[in-house]
Design a protein around this ligand. Structure first.
Ligand code: TRP
Ligand code: SF4
Length: 355
């Protein structure tokens, strides 16, 4: 039997090539526009991306839809999802971005007023990170349109409990409602009120694959009633935690949050795990291992223009980890500081994204 992914559990993939084979995810082809997320293999696979590429080529309407659960504070890993949103926005996508507040209410122990606060913080961060208001709509699952709300319920008609169990494993009423709400999120850009059928790209982590598969099935089953066409998805890796394992809100030292002050960012990076040797002498003699070094992974994604040189110097034993971390700290202290400043200004712009 195929291994199942639990979108509400943990999903720490070690071998992405294996996962792609196992879950029928395709390797990415060349994009018409370059981007470090794709160049570095951080976005590692897709389903049905061709529909989107075709729309780009033929200058036809297409959409990007994604969302995040408002749970912990936003960290650098989340910024990379936003990078993808921007990438597709710049390619011409209409953008729909959800706060999955219904899902968070149902599956996490958060109160509704807390969810509203966290969601707003997420939305402000999206703006600060550079998502533009043009052709872009933010919304809360809990305040979607009537048609969207109806869709999230009507979907239940064409899926059985056993089919859902085959996709998700253990189920509960809360999980079923969360899943169908997410399918409605992904399909609603194709509702008549939003312009009708079009390719929709959904950038997500691999943990969301079950939702993507369920959406694929339901889009097909409702193709006549609603006119839906097949959806597309890209899958991106998880940013490694600073301590080597997962980046997680519950382990503050594993992640850099956008709420962290400069000193905290610096301290976390200086305390990060590396692929360095035990002693300076050994590092000079044998060089480090950037391939397994979280500090290097951050250089690659957030300090890309210098990462080639860093890799080389690390390998040759010409770069010591302390110095390497200092450089990264400088880059990220500035990055996080800039986002904090822009978030303040974003407050005045928030209205433009809710139309
Ligand atoms: N389930 C997603 C998460 O856990 C959030 C989400 C809700 C979402 N609706 C979506 C993601 C639609 C992509 C597309 O973060
Ligand atoms: Fe990692 Fe930098 Fe040390 Fe190399 S020098 S192992 S890239 S921290």
């Amino acid at each position: 039997m195929q291994k199942k992914i639990d979108p509400w559990g943990s999903c720490d993939v070690k071998d992405y090539d294996k996962a792609m084979k196992e879950f029928g995810i395709e390797k990415l082809e060349r994009f018409p526009k370059r981007n470090i997320l794709f160049d570095t293999g951080f976005v590692f696979g897709h389903k049905n991306i061709r529909a989107v590429l075709k729309a780009v080529q033929e200058k036809k309407r297409f959409a990007m839809m994604t969302g995040l659960m408002p749970s912990g504070p936003m960290h650098l890993g989340h910024a990379l999802v936003v990078e993808q949103m921007k990438f597709f926005q710049e390619l011409g996508a209409e953008c729909y971005v959800a706060s999955a507040d219904i899902e968070a209410y149902l599956t996490r122990g958060l109160k509704r007023d807390e969810l509203a606060k966290i969601s707003e913080d997420y939305f402000l961060t999206y703006i600060a990170l550079g998502l533009k208001a043009d052709k872009c709509r933010f919304y809360y699952q809990s305040s979607g349109s009537q048609e969207y709300m109806n869709l999230s319920k009507f979907l239940a008609k064409k899926i059985t409990f056993n089919e859902m169990k085959a996709i998700y494993g253990e189920l509960s009423p809360a999980k079923i409602v969360s899943a169908l709400t997410q399918v409605a999120d992904i399909l609603h850009p194709q509702l008549k009120e939003n312009g009708g059928a079009c390719p929709v790209i959904v950038p997500v982590g691999l943990d969301q694959l079950p939702h993507i598969n369920l959406t694929g099935d339901l889009a097909y089953r409702f193709r006549e009633e609603y006119g839906f066409v097949k959806i597309s998805a890209t899958f991106q890796k998880l940013l490694p935690g600073l301590q080597g394992g997962k980046m997680s809100s519950s382990q503050p030292n594993s992640a850099i949050f956008f709420s962290d002050g400069g000193d905290v960012v610096r301290k976390k990076i200086m305390g990060a795990m590396t692929g360095g040797r035990k002693s300076v002498e050994e590092q000079k003699k044998k060089g480090g291992s950037p391939e397994i070094c979280p500090v290097y992974a951050y250089h690659l994604l957030f300090n890309n223009s210098s990462s080639g040189k860093i890799y080389e110097k690390c390998k040759k034993g010409e770069l010591m980890c302390g110095e390497c971390k200092k450089e990264l700290a400088n880059v990220l202290v500035k990055f996080v500081g800039d986002i904090q400043d822009r978030k303040k200004k974003a407050k005045n712009e928030l209205g433009k994204y809710f139309r």
